[in-house]
Write a protein that binds this ligand. Structure first.
Ligand SMILES: [Fe+2]
Ligand SMILES: [Fe+2]
Length: 293
């Protein structure tokens, strides 16, 4: 059953952050903050996914795909909320993320938001461009989800269990729904040139926003005298297994650009489902939902 399709449902998780230290990966502020960039990008990014997909729903002519997209919307809305809830805790620990999140909000809401376009070709073009961008970004969320589910080095180094559960619950749902965005793009458009073009845009934007976010955290961390984010450090984290490796990231590029690409070739649904069945946050959510029934 490693890649059997599963019905998608949002799990109403919640996390208590009061015991999570600033450097939740002990002794490695750089890897901590590089992963923390997720909390900066995902709330705005995933709400943008939801906003775009709500516009796309009426265009879907396949009932199964429509159900998948509705499940995807529910999951992404919950992911955005869960990462958003980490930010006040970072602020309490002396690291106010607001200056950076304001830039990210502008990026998704204004630059990638709805433009005042007349109904017709131009409006459809911009919608399809964004559907393709989401498919490209989801290639990376699945890549990261698969990575974090297998990043045993984080456990060995004593990473904070609440943060690990947030990352793995989210990562497991990314692996679970990894085919939806690509299948939606294929259903509505599927143009190869558009796939390549939007991949290049998404990849460049992700690298740009990520390195700026890591730099922002390192430079504003109140416990670091001269915090810096460098590619050398990123490469070191990858080699040690506390960040994705540079090689694995480079190898993921031709896979997405291959004409035979399908996200089901990435990651392992059985592993994701097994994690969700054991995740403290997901099982607590399940118990609450069961009690409310
Ligand atoms: Fe997500
Ligand atoms: Fe996703």
């Amino acid at each position: 059953m490693s890649n059997t399709r599963v019905p998608l449902k949002a799990r109403q998780v919640s996390f208590a952050w009061d015991r999570t230290p600033l450097h939740w990966l002990p002794g490695d502020p750089f890897a901590t903050h590089t992963i923390n960039v997720l909390h900066l990008l995902l709330p705005a990014g995933e709400r943008w996914f939801v906003h775009v997909y709500k516009q796309v729903l009426p265009l879907i002519e396949d009932e199964r795909l429509r159900a998948d997209v509705i499940g995807f919307i529910g999951q992404e809305a919950m992911h955005a909320q869960a990462h958003d809830e980490v930010l006040p805790h970072l602020k309490e620990l002396g690291l106010d993320p607001t200056p950076y999140t304001a830039q990210v909000d502008w990026f998704f809401e204004k630059l990638l938001g709805d433009r005042t376009l007349p109904p017709g070709k131009a409006r459809r073009w911009w919608l399809m461009e964004r559907v393709a961008l989401i498919a490209a970004i989801e290639h990376y969320t699945a890549f990261l989800g698969n990575w974090v589910l297998n990043a045993d080095e984080l456990d060995r180094r004593g990473a904070d269990p609440t943060m690990l559960d947030l990352l793995r619950w989210h990562g497991a749902e990314e692996v679970e729904h990894r085919s939806v965005a690509f299948e939606l793009f294929e259903h509505l458009d599927g143009g190869y040139r558009r796939r390549v073009r939007t991949w290049a845009t998404a990849f460049t934007a992700l690298v740009f926003l990520w390195q700026r976010g890591a730099r922002f955290f390192m430079e504003n961390d109140p416990t670091l005298l001269d915090g810096k984010a460098t590619f050398k450090e990123f490469h070191r984290g990858g080699k040690q297994g506390v960040l994705p490796s540079t090689g694995a990231m480079v190898r993921s590029i031709p896979r997405y650009l291959s004409r035979g690409y399908h996200p089901s070739q990435e990651g392992d649904t059985a592993q994701a489902v097994a994690y969700l069945a054991a995740s403290p946050a997901a099982t607590a959510a399940e118990a609450r939902t069961g009690a409310a029934r």
